[in-house]
Every structure is written in C-alpha cells, then in structure tokens.
Write a protein that binds this ligand. Structure first.
Ligand code: PMV
Length: 330
C-alpha cells in the first residue's frame, strides 16, 4: 500500500476565468492569471487500498458523501485509468482556514488531490500533467499546482491537454492580499453553475470574452514590470466586468452583499488617500484587496472597520504544491 500527502495553496485570480469553451472537458473560454496564496492551504492524504469497496472522503474530520465525493471519485478514476488499477482510495483532507467561511476553494482542494493521488498511485508525472488533471475537476485548481504568479491559457473545444504555467515565482515581487471575509457559510451559486448560466443567458458574456485576453496581457506586463497600479487597475476591471456579465444573466447572478459594496467603497477611499489598494471578488461576497507590504497595516485596519466585515486574513504569495510519499501497512 502506498500513501501520499500533498499540500496546495488557494489562489486568487487577478485576471478572472469565467466561461467554458468545452463543458465536458472543462476547458476555459478565457485566459486567467492568478497569485498563489500562502495563507490558505489544503493538505490531502490519499491511500489506495484493495480492501475498500468505494472511495472514502473525510473533510476536516467529517465523512463526506454526495456531490463532493463524486467529484473526488471522478479525479481518482482518471488516475486509476492511467495507473491501470481499480483500487479504491481513502482520502483525508483538511484546510488550515475555516471551511465554512465560504473561502474553501476548490482550487487548493483539487490541486492537492491531483498531486497526492498521482503520487500514491506511483505515477511518474511532471507538474504540467498534475495541473492538467486538476484542471479537469476545477480550472482554477490547475493554477494552484504552481507557485507565485500563474497563467492558465484559454483553449479551443476538443483540446486534450491544458496546464497552467508559472509567470513568475513568489520571490519576483512581494505583493500582499488582505482577504475580507464578509459572510460565513457556503456560496449561493457555485462557480460552474454561475458561469454556465452567464454564458447561456447574459447579453454581456460575449463582451466579457472579448475583453479577457487584453486584461490577461496587461496583468502579465504589470507583473513583469512590478507595476502595482497597472496590476490593480486590471484586477478591478476584470472582477467588476466578470460580475457585471453575471448580473446581466437572466435571472441575474448576484454574488455581492451589502458588505461587498462597503468594502469596495473602503478600497476606493484608500486609493483617494494615496494607498495602492485594489479589490477583486470571486463567486462569493468576499473582497480581496491587493496591496504592497508597507500598506498592509492601513488596508487591514480600514477593511476591519468596514460595516459588515466579519474578519480579515492577510496573505503573502505562496509556493507550488508539494508532496510526500510514504508506505502504509504491509
Ligand atoms: O475553477 P472554478 O470552477 O472554481 O471557477 C473559478 C472561478 C473564479 O474563482 C470566479 C475565477 C477564477 O479565475 O478563479
């Protein structure tokens, strides 16, 4: 029996992914660029065991079944097919941040699972193959396999391989993120449902898709030249345009709550006071503020003073997903 334990960080997209070129193959319609976040980590142990009748999933000490288990089994099935094995697996996973906060990201979860499962199955794979495997479960997870600044290109329908690539390592530029938690609890509409509904019904979806390549390019140029203003402006533009396309769906998908708007106001006030602070929001109400190390104190203080904010988490950039293999049992 072989067992492997992998850790992967969550990531925050600066240029967002929203929309699929191919639903079944889970290929993104737009390019995205992210930062890997050291402060949010998922650790997952996979053990293949011939005595098991079904895959088992334990998340933060609780047995999980239903949709979450099916998504895990789908990834494990791909690993089993490649390894020529039919052994079921025991999967033990935990987050170092409260799972119920709504921050529990599928990105760190599927990146850690893809890495642990391939290692436990004894497959010799490179990071790109782990990223491609994770991407089939959650496109943002492809990016969490790598550290620092990471890009995931868009793809054409029918493409059979798509992996994320590193744009620059974490040491290239010390950017910080202040995560404002605005509500506890799971999100109302999952990202897959939200983006498919947007692409089927929003008149703004086509405009969003045509905007994305330019924003991804602007973000990569801002990273190369360490230009916080250019990075931040592109990040806010991407987030607000993504949410605008979702809000224009029929019926509209609204992830914001009152605290989201209050946090956006705080970020604009910070900028008016000369502080480089830029907001980005994913498929939920939380506002993540991109800033530089010397401004983290004031950004954190003003965010915490914002009406409706529950708490903050401050993060540096993180490294790539890592794995350790051990033999278990006879
Ligand atoms: O990979 P998914 O299905 O979790 O979708 C992620 C979508 C966003 O978080 C909103 C944007 C992104 O690029 O991470």
């Amino acid at each position: 029996m072989r067992e492997a334990t992998a850790s992967a960080h969550a990531n925050i997209a600066i240029a967002k992914y929203w929309g699929k070129a191919d639903e079944a193959a889970n290929l993104p319609a737009v390019p995205s660029v992210s930062m890997t976040l050291a402060a949010l980590t998922t650790t997952t142990t996979v053990r293949f065991d011939a005595s098991l009748g079904e895959d088992e999933l334990i998340l933060d000490g609780n047995v999980v079944q239903g949709k979450a288990l099916h998504r895990v089994t789908a990834l494990l099935d791909r690993v089993r097919a490649r390894a020529g094995s039919s052994e079921r697996a025991h999967v033990l996973t935990s987050n170092d941040f409260p799972t119920a906060s709504g921050l529990a990201s599928s990105a760190s979860a599927f990146a850690a699972l893809a890495l642990a499962a391939t290692a436990a199955a004894g497959l010799q794979v490179v990071a790109g193959e782990v990223s491609d495997l994770a991407r089939r479960s959650s496109a943002s997870a492809a990016r969490s396999v790598l550290g620092g600044f990471v890009r995931l290109a868009s793809a054409e329908r029918g493409a059979d391989f798509l992996a994320a690539e590193q744009v620059a390592p974490a040491g290239h530029w010390d950017v910080r993120v202040v995560i404002g938690v605005n509500a506890e609890g799971a999100k109302s509409v999952g990202s897959t449902d939200g983006m498919l509904h947007t692409q089927r019904t929003s008149p703004y979806y086509a405009a969003w898709v045509s905007l994305c390549p330019g924003l991804a390019k602007a973000v990569e140029e801002a990273i190369a030249s360490r230009d916080i203003e250019a990075l931040g402006e592109a990040a806010e533009h991407s987030a607000l345009a993504m949410h605008a396309s979702a809000m224009a769906a029929a019926p509209g998908v609204v992830y914001f709550n009152a605290a989201t708007m209050a946090c956006l106001q705080t970020v604009r006030e910070l900028r008016r006071d000369g502080v480089p602070a830029y907001a980005t929001m994913d498929a939920g109400p939380h506002v993540k503020v991109i800033t530089l190390p010397e401004h983290v104190g004031v950004v954190d203080e003003r965010m915490r003073a914002t009406a409706g904010l529950v708490r903050t988490i401050v993060s540096k950039l993180g490294g790539p997903a890592v794995v350790r293999v051990s033999s278990a049992g006879p």
